[in-house]
Design a binder for this molecule. Structure first.
Ligand code: PEP
Length: 255
Protein backbone atom coordinates (compact mmCIF):
# COMPACT_ATOMS: atom_id res chain seq x y z
CA UNK A 1 0.00 0.00 0.00
CA UNK A 2 1.35 3.40 -0.93
CA UNK A 3 1.23 5.91 1.89
CA UNK A 4 2.20 8.75 -0.44
CA UNK A 5 -1.20 8.43 -2.10
CA UNK A 6 -2.98 9.97 0.87
CA UNK A 7 -2.56 12.94 3.14
CA UNK A 8 -2.39 12.48 6.89
CA UNK A 9 -5.05 14.19 8.96
CA UNK A 10 -4.52 15.05 12.62
CA UNK A 11 -7.83 15.71 14.33
CA UNK A 12 -8.31 16.81 17.90
CA UNK A 13 -11.34 15.48 19.74
CA UNK A 14 -11.90 17.91 22.56
CA UNK A 15 -14.77 15.85 24.04
CA UNK A 16 -16.71 17.88 26.66
CA UNK A 17 -13.91 20.36 27.34
CA UNK A 18 -13.51 24.13 26.86
CA UNK A 19 -16.04 26.95 26.92
CA UNK A 20 -16.36 29.24 23.87
CA UNK A 21 -13.87 31.68 25.42
CA UNK A 22 -11.40 28.87 26.14
CA UNK A 23 -11.93 27.59 22.59
CA UNK A 24 -10.97 30.96 21.13
CA UNK A 25 -7.88 31.13 23.34
CA UNK A 26 -6.69 27.59 22.55
CA UNK A 27 -7.14 27.99 18.80
CA UNK A 28 -5.32 31.33 18.87
CA UNK A 29 -2.44 29.63 20.65
CA UNK A 30 -2.46 26.64 18.29
CA UNK A 31 -2.85 28.40 14.93
CA UNK A 32 0.70 29.82 14.59
CA UNK A 33 2.20 26.52 15.79
CA UNK A 34 0.57 24.51 12.99
CA UNK A 35 0.56 27.14 10.24
CA UNK A 36 3.14 25.28 8.14
CA UNK A 37 1.66 21.81 8.60
CA UNK A 38 1.96 19.39 5.71
CA UNK A 39 -1.09 17.45 6.86
CA UNK A 40 -4.74 18.19 7.52
CA UNK A 41 -5.40 19.81 10.91
CA UNK A 42 -8.87 19.57 12.42
CA UNK A 43 -10.34 20.44 15.80
CA UNK A 44 -13.59 18.70 16.73
CA UNK A 45 -15.27 20.66 19.48
CA UNK A 46 -18.48 20.66 21.53
CA UNK A 47 -21.54 22.06 19.71
CA UNK A 48 -21.60 25.18 21.89
CA UNK A 49 -17.99 25.97 20.87
CA UNK A 50 -18.48 25.62 17.12
CA UNK A 51 -19.17 29.30 16.43
CA UNK A 52 -16.14 30.38 18.45
CA UNK A 53 -13.99 27.78 16.68
CA UNK A 54 -15.18 28.80 13.23
CA UNK A 55 -14.47 32.43 14.02
CA UNK A 56 -11.03 31.73 15.52
CA UNK A 57 -9.92 29.48 12.64
CA UNK A 58 -10.77 32.02 9.91
CA UNK A 59 -7.69 32.62 7.77
CA UNK A 60 -5.86 29.62 9.27
CA UNK A 61 -5.27 26.07 7.99
CA UNK A 62 -7.29 24.58 10.86
CA UNK A 63 -10.63 23.00 9.97
CA UNK A 64 -13.51 22.61 12.37
CA UNK A 65 -15.48 19.48 13.18
CA UNK A 66 -18.38 18.53 15.44
CA UNK A 67 -18.28 15.51 17.73
CA UNK A 68 -21.57 13.99 16.59
CA UNK A 69 -24.61 14.62 14.39
CA UNK A 70 -28.10 13.18 14.33
CA UNK A 71 -29.30 11.01 11.45
CA UNK A 72 -32.48 13.01 10.85
CA UNK A 73 -32.48 16.47 9.25
CA UNK A 74 -34.93 17.80 11.83
CA UNK A 75 -37.66 16.59 14.15
CA UNK A 76 -38.58 15.61 17.68
CA UNK A 77 -35.10 14.68 18.93
CA UNK A 78 -34.62 16.86 22.00
CA UNK A 79 -31.02 17.76 22.66
CA UNK A 80 -29.72 16.62 19.28
CA UNK A 81 -28.08 18.56 16.43
CA UNK A 82 -28.51 17.66 12.77
CA UNK A 83 -26.07 17.53 9.87
CA UNK A 84 -27.79 20.36 7.91
CA UNK A 85 -27.49 22.58 11.00
CA UNK A 86 -23.75 21.91 11.19
CA UNK A 87 -23.28 22.41 7.47
CA UNK A 88 -25.10 25.74 7.46
CA UNK A 89 -22.76 27.32 10.00
CA UNK A 90 -19.64 26.13 8.16
CA UNK A 91 -18.59 22.96 9.99
CA UNK A 92 -16.61 20.60 7.70
CA UNK A 93 -15.96 17.42 9.70
CA UNK A 94 -17.96 15.33 12.15
CA UNK A 95 -16.85 12.51 14.43
CA UNK A 96 -19.24 9.57 14.20
CA UNK A 97 -19.49 6.57 16.52
CA UNK A 98 -16.82 7.55 19.02
CA UNK A 99 -16.46 4.78 21.61
CA UNK A 100 -17.68 7.12 24.36
CA UNK A 101 -20.92 7.56 22.43
CA UNK A 102 -21.15 3.79 21.93
CA UNK A 103 -20.40 3.21 25.62
CA UNK A 104 -22.48 5.91 27.34
CA UNK A 105 -25.12 7.03 24.82
CA UNK A 106 -26.40 3.85 23.22
CA UNK A 107 -24.65 4.32 19.87
CA UNK A 108 -24.82 1.14 17.79
CA UNK A 109 -23.43 0.06 14.43
CA UNK A 110 -26.89 0.82 13.02
CA UNK A 111 -26.94 4.42 14.32
CA UNK A 112 -23.32 4.92 13.23
CA UNK A 113 -24.38 3.91 9.73
CA UNK A 114 -27.37 6.30 9.83
CA UNK A 115 -25.30 9.22 11.11
CA UNK A 116 -22.60 8.56 8.49
CA UNK A 117 -25.30 8.65 5.82
CA UNK A 118 -26.65 11.97 7.16
CA UNK A 119 -23.16 13.48 7.24
CA UNK A 120 -22.44 12.45 3.64
CA UNK A 121 -25.84 13.58 2.37
CA UNK A 122 -25.19 17.01 3.84
CA UNK A 123 -21.64 17.53 2.62
CA UNK A 124 -19.89 16.89 5.93
CA UNK A 125 -16.73 14.76 6.13
CA UNK A 126 -17.30 11.92 8.61
CA UNK A 127 -14.53 10.60 10.86
CA UNK A 128 -15.98 7.16 11.60
CA UNK A 129 -14.59 5.52 14.75
CA UNK A 130 -14.18 1.77 15.12
CA UNK A 131 -12.28 -0.31 17.65
CA UNK A 132 -12.37 -3.22 20.03
CA UNK A 133 -12.74 -3.23 23.82
CA UNK A 134 -10.13 -4.96 25.95
CA UNK A 135 -12.11 -8.19 26.40
CA UNK A 136 -12.48 -8.50 22.62
CA UNK A 137 -8.74 -8.01 22.09
CA UNK A 138 -8.00 -10.57 24.79
CA UNK A 139 -10.47 -12.99 23.21
CA UNK A 140 -8.60 -12.63 19.89
CA UNK A 141 -11.56 -11.18 18.01
CA UNK A 142 -10.23 -7.69 17.21
CA UNK A 143 -10.27 -8.35 13.46
CA UNK A 144 -13.84 -9.65 13.58
CA UNK A 145 -15.07 -6.66 15.62
CA UNK A 146 -13.38 -4.00 13.52
CA UNK A 147 -14.38 -5.71 10.27
CA UNK A 148 -17.99 -5.89 11.33
CA UNK A 149 -18.12 -2.26 12.59
CA UNK A 150 -16.45 -0.94 9.42
CA UNK A 151 -18.59 -3.01 7.06
CA UNK A 152 -21.77 -1.82 8.74
CA UNK A 153 -20.72 1.84 8.75
CA UNK A 154 -19.89 1.66 5.04
CA UNK A 155 -23.12 -0.07 4.01
CA UNK A 156 -24.63 1.96 1.17
CA UNK A 157 -21.57 4.23 0.86
CA UNK A 158 -20.52 4.57 -2.78
CA UNK A 159 -16.88 4.62 -3.93
CA UNK A 160 -17.28 8.33 -4.65
CA UNK A 161 -18.56 8.95 -1.11
CA UNK A 162 -15.78 6.84 0.40
CA UNK A 163 -13.31 9.52 -0.75
CA UNK A 164 -14.90 11.86 1.82
CA UNK A 165 -14.65 9.45 4.76
CA UNK A 166 -11.90 9.02 7.32
CA UNK A 167 -11.86 5.85 9.40
CA UNK A 168 -10.35 6.20 12.87
CA UNK A 169 -9.14 2.97 14.42
CA UNK A 170 -9.42 3.53 18.16
CA UNK A 171 -8.85 0.55 20.43
CA UNK A 172 -11.19 1.38 23.31
CA UNK A 173 -8.68 0.14 25.90
CA UNK A 174 -6.24 2.81 24.73
CA UNK A 175 -8.59 5.80 24.85
CA UNK A 176 -7.91 8.18 27.70
CA UNK A 177 -6.01 5.46 29.55
CA UNK A 178 -2.45 6.39 28.70
CA UNK A 179 -2.14 2.82 27.36
CA UNK A 180 -1.21 3.27 23.69
CA UNK A 181 -1.34 0.45 21.18
CA UNK A 182 2.16 -0.43 20.04
CA UNK A 183 3.17 0.85 16.61
CA UNK A 184 2.74 -2.69 15.29
CA UNK A 185 -0.67 -3.24 16.89
CA UNK A 186 -1.95 0.05 15.48
CA UNK A 187 -0.57 -0.66 12.03
CA UNK A 188 -1.85 -4.23 11.96
CA UNK A 189 -5.46 -3.20 12.53
CA UNK A 190 -5.27 -0.19 10.19
CA UNK A 191 -3.97 -2.61 7.53
CA UNK A 192 -6.86 -4.99 8.23
CA UNK A 193 -9.31 -2.12 7.67
CA UNK A 194 -7.55 -1.17 4.43
CA UNK A 195 -7.68 -4.76 3.13
CA UNK A 196 -11.37 -4.90 3.97
CA UNK A 197 -11.97 -1.69 2.04
CA UNK A 198 -10.05 -3.19 -0.90
CA UNK A 199 -12.41 -6.18 -0.81
CA UNK A 200 -15.51 -4.00 -0.52
CA UNK A 201 -14.40 -1.39 -3.08
CA UNK A 202 -11.07 -1.57 -4.94
CA UNK A 203 -7.32 -1.33 -4.37
CA UNK A 204 -7.31 2.26 -5.60
CA UNK A 205 -10.08 3.18 -3.14
CA UNK A 206 -8.28 1.42 -0.29
CA UNK A 207 -5.00 3.13 -1.18
CA UNK A 208 -6.69 6.52 -1.09
CA UNK A 209 -8.50 6.05 2.24
CA UNK A 210 -7.20 7.96 5.26
CA UNK A 211 -7.12 5.67 8.30
CA UNK A 212 -6.22 7.32 11.59
CA UNK A 213 -5.06 5.76 14.81
CA UNK A 214 -6.48 7.08 18.06
CA UNK A 215 -5.82 6.11 21.65
CA UNK A 216 -3.46 8.02 23.94
CA UNK A 217 -1.44 9.37 21.03
CA UNK A 218 0.79 12.16 22.28
CA UNK A 219 3.88 14.17 21.46
CA UNK A 220 6.14 11.35 22.73
CA UNK A 221 4.69 8.40 20.79
CA UNK A 222 3.36 10.11 17.65
CA UNK A 223 6.55 9.71 15.60
CA UNK A 224 6.50 5.91 15.82
CA UNK A 225 2.77 5.53 15.27
CA UNK A 226 2.60 7.95 12.36
CA UNK A 227 5.59 6.34 10.62
CA UNK A 228 3.62 3.11 10.20
CA UNK A 229 2.70 2.22 6.63
CA UNK A 230 -1.07 2.12 7.18
CA UNK A 231 -1.50 4.86 9.80
CA UNK A 232 -2.46 8.12 8.13
CA UNK A 233 -2.80 10.47 11.03
CA UNK A 234 -4.49 10.47 14.38
CA UNK A 235 -7.60 11.26 16.33
CA UNK A 236 -6.28 12.85 19.48
CA UNK A 237 -8.16 13.35 22.74
CA UNK A 238 -6.20 14.49 25.80
CA UNK A 239 -3.12 15.77 23.98
CA UNK A 240 -5.26 17.94 21.67
CA UNK A 241 -6.16 20.14 24.64
CA UNK A 242 -2.56 21.33 24.98
CA UNK A 243 -1.48 23.45 22.01
CA UNK A 244 2.23 22.52 22.16
CA UNK A 245 1.48 18.77 22.36
CA UNK A 246 -1.07 18.86 19.55
CA UNK A 247 1.32 20.92 17.42
CA UNK A 248 4.10 18.38 18.02
CA UNK A 249 1.83 15.61 16.74
CA UNK A 250 0.96 17.70 13.68
CA UNK A 251 4.71 18.17 13.12
CA UNK A 252 5.29 14.41 13.36
CA UNK A 253 2.57 13.84 10.74
CA UNK A 254 4.11 16.45 8.45
CA UNK A 255 7.43 14.59 8.09
C1 PEP B 1 -10.24 10.09 21.53
O1 PEP B 1 -10.96 10.74 22.26
O2 PEP B 1 -10.62 9.79 20.40
C2 PEP B 1 -8.93 9.70 22.03
C3 PEP B 1 -8.15 8.98 21.26
O3 PEP B 1 -8.59 10.11 23.29
P1 PEP B 1 -7.11 10.05 23.97
O4 PEP B 1 -6.15 10.58 22.93
O5 PEP B 1 -7.22 10.92 25.16
O6 PEP B 1 -6.86 8.62 24.28
Amino acid sequence: MNKALRKAVIAGNWKMNNTPAQTKALIEELAPLVADADCGVVVCVPFIDLHAALEATKGTNIKVGAENCHWAASGAFTGEVSAPMLKEIGVEYVVIGHSERRQYFGETDETVKARTRAALDNGLLPIVCVGEVLEQREAGITEQVVTSQTTKALEGVTAEELKKIIIAYEPVWAIGTGKTATDEQANEVCAIIRSLVEELYSKADADALTIQYGGSMNDANADGLLAQSDVDGGLIGGASLVASKFAAIVKAASK
